[in-house]
Write a protein that binds this ligand. Structure first.
Ligand SMILES: Cc1cc2nc3c(=O)[nH]c(=O)nc-3n(C[C@H](O)[C@H](O)[C@H](O)COP(=O)(O)O)c2cc1C
Length: 296
């Protein structure tokens, strides 16, 4: 089946799937497998304190895949990044952007706090800027400030959240009524039904984080992945960790871990999500060979 959404068209990718930013692990060895599987892989620039190492990894990514990928710039709230003044943070991030542009990488995702300073440089270079946030207000201000799309992260997910984060269901269905730019749903998605549901709710793509943590390519020892697979999400401890905002746990697997049953290659994970989605669509009486969200 051909998957056509505003995001597959904007990013020139086969499936409406975007890899989350991964502090620590979002490097070419991991990210290329996502791009090669038909989604948008993501290299997190801050994983490379030295710009030269970042450039080398971009080159490595380009050698590993000819498919599109993104560069992420995470901007923690200043309370978490006290070592730097805002101006200094912007200078540091703009240097990463210049490095990426010098390697002809033009898709940028940002997350966190005050990212709009990148807009002019990215658009002047003919690039794309997608901002990730958690609240409708922040999504609307990203749109006003020129973002080409927004990723909205729900309470079910992991990563930078907000004390008043809402669920993916509420985020996407409500945002779809107010935003003109395409929305990418993030938070708690790990299987075909979550993927299809996100598209039905109004997203033009889904962003996967936790679901990728038990792929063979995720650069973590297999014994750690096996431990994650055994996570019981229906415990008070897990519930508190995910739903009671606590920035210290921001890299813990999310509720999406409930869908991870074995360690599998990235290609198989993506294939399973797409194949199962196509089967579900058929069981609902969908007979087209093209899935499109471009209408409404
Ligand atoms: C180990 C790990 C590291 C992450 N690091 C970052 C990061 O540096 N920047 C960021 O914006 N999001 C980060 N995230 C969040 C993901 O990019 C994504 O938004 C989130 O995982 C989506 O929710 P899900 O895990 O339920 O799929 C991280 C997630 C995980 C699991």
């Amino acid at each position: 089946m051909i998957w056509k959404t505003k995001i597959t068209q904007m990013l020139n990718i086969q499936y409406p799937l975007v890899m989350g930013a991964f502090g620590g692990w979002g490097k070419s060895d991991f990210a290329h497998s996502f791009s090669e599987s038909g989604g948008l892989g993501t290299i997190a620039a801050l994983n490379f304190p030295k710009i030269e190492d970042f450039k080398n990894d971009l080159q490595k990514m380009k050698n590993l895949t000819e498919k599109p990928f993104a560069v992420n710039l995470s901007l923690p709230h200043h309370a978490l990044d006290k070592a730097y003044e805002e101006e200094e943070i912007q200078k540091r991030h703009l240097a990463y952007i210049e490095a990426a542009l010098s390697k002809e990488c033009k898709i940028f995702t940002t997350s966190g706090y005050k990212a709009s300073f990148i807009e002019k440089r990215v658009h002047d270079a003919g690039g794309i800027w997608i901002h990730k946030c958690t609240l409708l207000n922040h999504a609307l201000s990203s749109e006003r400030e020129g973002a080409d799309a927004v990723t909205i992260l729900g309470l079910e997910g992991t990563g930078f959240k907000n004390p008043i984060s809402n669920t993916t269901l509420v985020n996407i269905t409500v945002a779809r009524k107010y935003l003109k730019i395409p929305i990418i749903a993030a938070g708690g998605v790990g299987d075909a039904r979550g993927f299809l549901a996100s598209l039905a709710m109004g997203a033009e793509a889904v962003c996967l984080g936790t679901a990728l943590m038990t792929t063979e390519e995720c650069p973590v020892p297999a014994r750690v992945k096996q431990k994650w697979i055994q996570t019981d999400i229906y415990t008070e401890d897990f519930y508190k960790r995910i739903y009671h905002y606590n920035i210290k746990n921001f890299m813990a697997p999310s509720t999406a871990i409930a869908h991870c049953k074995e360690i599998i290659p990235m290609k198989k994970l993506i294939h399973n999500i797409i194949n199962e989605s196509e089967k579900i669509l058929k069981s609902w009486g969908f007979t087209n060979n093209e899935f499109r969200t471009l209408g409404l």
